[in-house]
Design a protein around this ligand. Structure first.
Ligand SMILES: Nc1c(NC[C@H](O)[C@H](O)[C@H](O)CO)[nH]c(=O)[nH]c1=O
Ligand SMILES: CC(=O)[C@@H](O)COP(=O)(O)O
Length: 164
């Protein structure tokens, strides 16, 4: 469903499990920091609002969205999280660099999730311009960080259910 048809922060509280049992790692890209900091605040606040403990949330910066994959891999290799949230903002420039970054991080995050059988959430804005990013980082279309956090809670809960 296109974002124009669904607010990124619009969730029914009854559809969200408690985040209390789970540990979350958040990897945040430093590129476009005004946007990614807003995404992070949305994600952190959503985790806390749904019962996560502050001591169960660890946050790590990486230089850019391309490094989100490596950040997620390192967290899952060396730490014990129930879900990883990757937050970034890639804005189209003059060249095809945008395409390569977006493809790399989308595929990379998915591959790390499958490799570790752990939820790794793609909370990355891939926009034509800064206004589209602002609209999705706490603007008129909500906050993709909220969406990423709720997705992480749901997936961590699914994993716990399936593990028995
Ligand atoms: N242009 C953007 C970048 N570029 C940097 C890359 O993500 C990466 O850090 C670099 O290529 C070195 O490996 N990153 C973003 O997150 N957003 C952009 O708009
Ligand atoms: C997504 C990018 O890496 C991009 O912002 C870099 O800008 P440019 O394509 O003009 O070099």
């Amino acid at each position: 469903m296109a974002t124009l048809l669904k607010n990124l922060s619009d969730f029914s509280q009854t559809e969200i499990p408690s985040a209390a049992p789970y540990k979350f790692g958040i990897v945040v890209a430093e590129w476009n920091a005004e946007i990614t900091n807003a995404l992070y605040q949305g994600a952190y606040n959503s985790l806390i609002a749904n019962g996560a403990s502050a001591e169960n949330i660890e946050t790590y910066p990486v230089p850019g969205s391309f490094e989100l994959t490596a950040g997620a891999e390192l967290l899952l290799k060396y730490k014990n999280f129930d879900a990883i949230i990757c937050l970034g903002c890639v804005i189209q420039g003059e060249t095809r660099h945008f395409d390569f970054i977006c493809d790399a991080v989308a595929n990379g995050v998915s591959n790390v999730s499958i490799k570790h059988s752990k939820p790794v959430i793609f909370g990355v804005l891939t926009t034509d311009n800064q206004q589209q990013a602002l609209d999705r980082a706490g603007g008129k279309h909500g906050n993709k960080g909220d969406e990423a956090a709720i997705t992480a809670i749901k997936m961590a809960d699914l994993a716990k259910t399936l593990q028995g």
